[in-house]
Design a protein around this ligand. Structure first.
Ligand code: HEC
Length: 136
């Protein structure tokens, strides 16, 4: 009887384990790869805390990268095939090329919910100052 009860408990634990691996709270695949490929050693991607001082020339926090870059820009840049104002990226992608596509497609989903791109369809907004990302 004891053995049966043990087996029932083990089966239940297995089922619960299987269900939890596909739960909605799992991080996106791109985020998992971002950590696995050590991008996390230099880049933060959480909304910056306004109380914490930002190091001006440090690696950029990618929390709102989706407001500035497209996946088609990120992929060659992280492969060091393109540059920012003559500067290539610090490290070269060492993972599978298809995994970089997953990472780039995840990065572009990181957006400041308060940022609104200037509306270029209205002429009077063409010279309007750029909206500053705000944490208020
Ligand atoms: C050794 C530190 C370091 C590591 C590791 C690193 N980066 Fe970077 N990354 C930087 C720095 C520094 C910059 C800014 C470079 C510049 O402005 O010339 C940057 C810039 C970027 C940008 C452009 C940001 C922008 O504002 O346009 C992206 C996208 C990016 N990194 C993605 C990645 C990804 C993906 C990985 C993981 C494969 C990674 N980085 C790993 C240091 C790092």
């Amino acid at each position: 009887m004891k053995v049966l009860r043990y087996m029932a408990a083990a089966t239940l634990a297995l089922v619960v384990g299987l269900v939890s691996t596909v739960s909605a709270s799992d991080p996106p695949a791109g985020e998992v790869l971002f950590k696995a490929q050590k991008c996390i050693m230099c880049h933060k991607y959480q909304t910056p805390d306004p109380k914490v001082e930002v190091i001006p020339d440090g690696p950029p926090n990618l929390w709102n990268i989706g407001d500035r870059r497209k996946a088609e820009w990120i992929i060659p840049y992280v492969k060091k095939e393109s540059e920012i104002e003559g500067r290539k990226h610090k490290v070269i992608w060492k993972g599978k090329p298809e995994d970089l596509v997953v990472v780039a497609n995840w990065l572009v989903t990181l957006k400041d919910p308060l940022y609104k791109a200037p509306d270029t369809t209205k002429s009077e907004t063409l010279n309007a100052p750029k909206a500053e990302p705000s944490n208020k």
